[in-house]
Design a protein around this ligand. Structure first.
Ligand SMILES: [Zn+2]
Length: 447
């Protein structure tokens, strides 16, 4: 088997690997590059392989950096099938549509290019075949098995058996004790190679056992101040987990006061339908709640605001109230409009629950900048700014070491991580007697 790394090799986005086996060519993921403008320009580059030569494409999960360029394969003449779990198939459609919406908006505002259209997304959706976890599948002479990665709803790591070898692509590996999701399945034994993400290869998360306590404490303090609580949130997974935790705290445990909560994100509201539809993938606790008849994504006081009109009406509801809106790093989306209105009032709270990358509005506020520039206005930041670090979708160094360490693969290739993360993880793996190689863009390896 041969593997060529075309994306998520030098950094954490743009996942795309070519797998050659049994005389055929396959792709694992084809995601967008995300981050600063320079990185995002890479999405305009022509693909470094010919999509017409591919037999099949395997998709680990529905995050934009894993599915965002799938329509480009259709545009490039790909005629095979895409394989993913049923939730991934449906969530991927929402993510690709959203990406097209953002490109169309940026095109109108700034003349940026649109790299594919509706027809290409429709082409991907028609070519998708849904695959269940732990069900071996014969594709192009290989045996392919999807296993639960516990990263986001429907996420998988994928096991390939061909030419007498066994290789696993990790996709993204989930954090421990995440609501709704099951834990990451164990890696198979006798593994010739593991291609593994290393996003948090150099970091340890705060204990996730306390995640709900953090939410409870910070939200009740914020409600106590009587103002507006703004929670910028990633529309896929993070928001659904937050809603699940709020349902648990409000409806089941009666630990939080009933205040109006607005879910102000069309994408998150659409994604909720997929979470509701596929209850068979829930973890033990969520399954129990579901069987008891609790709709975990609805509770007293929660109002989804889908349309712009509904969103604008949130202003008419007096505080205390909670607004959950995208984007997670405040670099766009409806949260920007709420920030413009509410950041300057000391009664209000901005609760940051995810990673804030450099240059984003979320990061500038987190770093103490005030005033901040929003939609052409200077807005002083007088509200409280609080952070919860425990809500990460990726496993930390300990999780990765435990997961890889028990399987002891013959070789490990580290992708999807910044150089420092890869080096740190490689060193720790070395201490366990596991040889690993950091992946570089364009690198080709033979297994
Ligand atoms: Zn991911």
């Amino acid at each position: 088997m041969k593997i060529t790394f075309y994306g998520a090799a030098g950094g954490v986005t743009g996942s795309c690997s070519l797998l050659e086996a049994e005389g055929q060519r396959f792709l694992v993921d084809c995601g967008m590059f995300q981050g600063d403008e320079e990185l995002e320009k890479k999405n305009l580059d022509p693909l470094l392989f010919d999509p017409t030569t591919l037999t099949a494409v395997f998709v680990t999960h529905a995050h934009l950096d894993h599915v965002g360029r799938l329509p480009l394969l259709m545009k490039g003449g790909f005629t095979g099938h895409f394989y993913a779990t049923p939730p991934t198939v449906e969530l991927a459609e929402l993510i690709m549509e959203d990406a097209l919406g953002v490109m169309t908006y940026d095109h109108k505002k700034m003349g940026k290019p649109i790299i594919y259209d509706e027809m290409h997304i429709a082409g991907v959706m028609e070519a998708f075949k849904a695959v269940e976890y732990d069900t071996p599948l014969a594709v192009g002479g290989m045996t392919v098995t999807f296993r639960d990665a516990g990263h986001i709803f429907g996420s998988a790591f994928i096991e390939f058996e061909a030419e007498g070898k066994r290789v696993v692509f990790s996709g993204d590996v989930g954090n421990v004790k995440v609501p709704i999701l099951r834990d990451t399945e164990a890696l198979p034994a006798k593994l010739d190679a593991l291609i593994c993400e290393s996003t948090y290869g150099d970091r340890l998360h705060e204990s996730s056992a306390t995640r709900q306590e953090f939410i409870e404490r910070l939200v009740s303090e914020a409600i106590g101040r009587g103002g507006v609580v703004m929670i910028p949130s990633f529309s896929l997974e993070r928001t659904q987990e937050l809603i699940y935790d709020l349902n648990d705290l409000i409806e089941r445990k009666h630990k939080l006061a009933h205040v109006p909560i607005f879910l102000d994100s069309p994408l998150a509201i659409d994604a909720l339908k997929v979470y509701r539809k596929y209850s068979r993938y829930y973890d033990e606790e969520a399954t129990r709640y579901f069987k008891e008849g609790d709709d975990m994504f609805t509770f007293p006081g929660l109002t989804p605001t889908y349309t712009r009109d509904e969103s604008m009406k949130i202003n008419h509801t007096p505080g205390p109230k909670i607004i959950i809106a995208g984007a997670g790093m405040m670099n766009g989306g409806r949260i920007v409009h709420h920030a413009l209105r509410y950041l300057s009032d000391a009664h209000n709270t901005l609760l940051l629950i995810g990673y804030q990358s450099k240059g984003t509005l979320g990061r500038r506020i987190m770093d103490g900048q005030s005033p901040v520039r929003i939609l052409g206005e200077n807005v002083p930041v007088h509200c409280q700014v609080k952070m919860i670090g425990a809500l990460s979708a990726h496993g930390d160094q300990n999780k990765l070491l435990g997961w890889i360490g028990t399987a002891k693969p013959r070789r490990v290739f580290l992708n999807h991580g910044d150089p420092a993360a890869k080096v740190a993880l490689a060193k720790k793996l070395g201490e366990l007697g596991i040889k690993s190689t950091p992946v570089e863009p364009g690198m080709k390896v033979e297994i």
